[in-house]
Design a protein around this ligand. Structure first.
Ligand code: GDP
Ligand code: IMO
Ligand code: MG
Length: 450
């Protein structure tokens, strides 16, 4: 078929684009610790000035809190930009989608006043589907780990690991399969269930009822489903647009770079943005890392600066450190600059958002982990092996506390000098500018530094 152009025309058009039009850049927000750093809040802040907000990885293991006009929303699969009426929200191919979970989340947020979401939500046809039996298997594997190894991973039991495993083993089903012939889809689901039950005889699956529900969900999402690669291509190369990417989970939970095996199953670092949306690395613009002014972790695994004492308890209670997705208490400890440096090595942060500074307001002195030592010697890298990481000795610097309420501070000069000193110390140590400092839950409690 003729396109009415010679191949040379085509080549010169492509050449022109490469030279003159690399397209819009995307701004990325990523967790720099073990999750729950306040990504939702940072995304909400930037979403008010964005045209598109994208999720590129993870699933409803994420729990992102946004507080607007004293109303608190928690988002799991929906991009936090969904409350911004001017913004299109996009769920990319790298995300794993549990459709009952998605609709439960939508219903809950509609009750809180969310309107018109169906005009603003786009779902990639290449995203993989999380089935109820993936979630059941997630639970079963945790029971098995406890029985065999005496400990679990402490997953959210949202089926994330089993779904990504299915994807990697090429037996997964995607949104595009659900949009196509339903009887073919049903056969593939039944085959998958059979495969699972032969491997895990204890796994109980009501496949017929799950398929019945999925048939209904298929029609509800059909108007929202697009070719995700083309959607992103148009967003990047169409009219000037501000595109934001909302990372889920965090660097230390990344499947490659996190504290393996106590991690999630996706790339929560910057590479996951390209593979999870189908965009070139040259279109990545600013990469903002989000970190609390201290450290928390949900679930099992090494945590060198953890404080199993009164300090840890104070951070937990003052910070209301309870998981948004599972309601579990978060483990708490001092800020760890080794992990922030490590996250920066991987992500190349342009700037940092330092949240929850206000939680430190009452402390006499504040410690910051600045280096790890093994056998008395400083190590310049972040240890890969968990047994080694469990044993590192943390070298701390102690800074004076400011013992002043910072929650009403709205600009740099409102902060007490000792709090300013703490922020500068962190900034100098990571070598990345701190662009925002959080002193409370709501939108206006974010001090912008530049
Ligand atoms: P995410 O998963 O990274 O989006 O973070 P979560 O929403 O799971 O957890 C962050 C928690 O800290 C939420 O309850 C936020 O409302 C709260 N939060 C965020 N920033 C601040 C801040 O600067 N100060 C205080 N006090 N709370 C904050
Ligand atoms: P947000 O986006 C905190 C943790 C779980 C568990 C491990 C594996 O809100 O920051 P999974 O269910 O993913 O297989 O669990 O990862 N985890 C998180 N912890 N915040 C998150 O997301 C998390 N997502 C996963 O607690 O230890
Ligand atoms: Mg969270």
């Amino acid at each position: 078929m003729s396109l009415g152009r010679s191949p040379n025309d085509h080549r010169s058009a492509a050449g022109k684009r490469a030279r003159n039009d690399s397209g819009n850049k995307v701004t990325v927000v990523l967790g720099a610790q073990w999750g729950d750093e306040g990504k939702g809040k940072v995304v909400d802040l930037l979403a008010t000035e964005s045209d598109v907000v994208c999720r590129c990885q993870g699933g409803n293991n994420a729990g992102h809190t946004v507080v607007v006009d004293e109303k608190e929303y928690d988002f799991h699969l929906l991009p936090s930009g969904i409350i911004s009426t001017k913004c299109t929200s996009f769920i990319g191919n790298g995300v794993v989608i549990h459709l009952p979970g998605l609709f439960e989340e939508i219903d809950k947020n509609e009750k809180k006043g969310l309107k018109g979401w169906d005009k603003r939500l786009i779902i990639s046809d290449r995203a993989h589907i999380v089935f109820d039996f993936h979630q059941a298997l997630d639970g079963l594997l945790e029971v098995q780990r406890q029985a065999q190894e005496g400990q679990t991973i402490g997953t959210t039991k949202k089926g994330i690991g089993p779904t990504y495993a299915c994807k990697a083993s090429r037996t997964g089903l995607r949104i595009c399969d659900l949009m196509a012939d339903f009887s073919e889809f049903s056969t593939r689901v039944k085959n998958l269930v059979q495969q699972y039950q032969s491997m895990y005889p204890a796994l109980k699956v009501d496949v017929e009822s799950e398929l019945k529900k999925l048939k209904d969900y298929a029609e509800r999402i059909r108007p929202l489903v697009r070719d995700g690669v083309y959607f992103m291509y148009e967003a990047i190369h169409g009219s000037p647009k501000r595109i934001l990417v909302e990372g889920a989970n965090a660097a230390l939970l990344d499947i490659d770079f996190g504290t393996y095996p106590f991690v999630t199953s996706s790339n929560c670092t910057v590479g996951g943005v390209c593979t999870g949306l189908g965009i070139p690395p040259s279109n990545i613009g600013d990469v903002y890392g989000v970190s609390k002014a201290y450290t928390t972790r949900v679930g099992i695994g090494a945590f060198p600066t953890e404080q199993l004492n009164a300090v840890g308890e104070l951070l937990q209670t003052r910070g209301h450190e309870v998981g948004v997705t599972t309601g579990r208490k978060r483990r708490c400890g001092w800020l760890d600059l080794v992990i922030l440096n490590y996250a920066h090595m991987i992500n190349g942060f342009t700037a940092i958002a330092l949240t929850k500074l206000d939680i430190l307001d009452v402390l006499e002195e504040i410690k910051v982990g600045v280096a790890y030592k093994i056998n008395g010697k400083r190590v310049p890298y972040f240890p890969a092996n968990m047994e080694v990481l469990q044993k590192v000795e943390v070298e701390y610097e102690t800074l004076p506390g400011w013992k002043t309420d910072t929650s009403a501070a709205r600009k740099w000069s409102d902060l007490p000098p000792k709090a300013q000193n703490y922020i500068r110390f962190v900034e100098n140590h990571i070598g990345v500018p701190i662009k925002w400092v959080g002193v409370g839950k709501s939108r206006e409690c974010m001090i912008q530094m530049f």
